[in-house]
Write a protein that binds this ligand. Sequence first.
Ligand code: CA
Ligand code: CA
Ligand code: CA
Ligand code: CA
Length: 316
Amino acid sequence: MSTKKYDTGNTSDDVNADGVRCTVGDYPYFGAVGDFNNDSKLDLVVANSFESSVSLLLGKGDGTFQDQTKITVGYEAKSIVVRDFNNDDKEDLAVVNKWDSSVSVLLGNGNGTFQNQTTYGIGFYPYYIAAGDFNNDNKIDLVVNNEVDFTISILFGNGNGTFQNQKVYPLRTTYVTVGDFNNDNNLDLVSSYFWTVNVQLGNGDGTFQNQIGSLVGNEPVYIAVGDFNNDSNLDLAVANQGGNSLSVLLGYGNGSFRNQLQFSAGDGPQAVVADDFNNDEKLDLAVVNAGMSDNRDKSHLGDTDGDVSIFLNSGV
Ligand SMILES: [Ca+2]
Ligand SMILES: [Ca+2]
Ligand SMILES: [Ca+2]
Ligand SMILES: [Ca+2]
């Protein structure tokens, strides 16, 4: 892999895409994409952390967006997952509200509007959310990590846009996401905690096996899942906030991974995105560096300029 860097130089409450600025709400923390008005043009949703809203930016298909529409959720939205929870072919949202210890589910009307939120109680200090079918009933379920409780909450879906009350499992993690890491068609969990990422293989009935740990850098805070070496086994890319590094773990296809490849990232990596940025059909990585060295308090993120490190996949 090779690396190059570019500076976004942007710390205000804007989304900045190649010079196009779109105003959103106060302290935007997370973004996701989907097509919410069924015009085959990608739209953006942004979690506004210091107000009770997400901003919807409908895409014009040319890289620009209409002015935001705000959608009411709980306070301190930290992450969003986009899926179709009620099988009507219209994309829906689930939003984690950290302060409220809740998840807001918003069913899409398919025209860029949403029904009012339904909220579900989860644990204390929730941050990240992922969606998948954990009990193989063809209904999408949700998983959230509750950072201070040292738990995860799983909300099993009813297939009609409603969810059952949380099931709580003990797990120390700063992040949670999903993938099938042993190719048995049961969805597995991957999480992170000091120097380690942990895979828990799914049993296909909504329960999970014990953790399989792999060593990464200091303070892993975000994991991207993809097949980076095209061997049909899922791999992991991990942003190590404390280590200012990126770890790549290539999967064996049984839930374990080769020893990490570690790369220097920027200052305070917070997130990593896997996509093919140069159209060579290999997944590249973009690491978002918050610029934290002057102030390690998360509540002051953004006081220092951040940047993005791009890692082009040269074919491992
Ligand atoms: Ca839907
Ligand atoms: Ca399910
Ligand atoms: Ca599996
Ligand atoms: Ca692979």
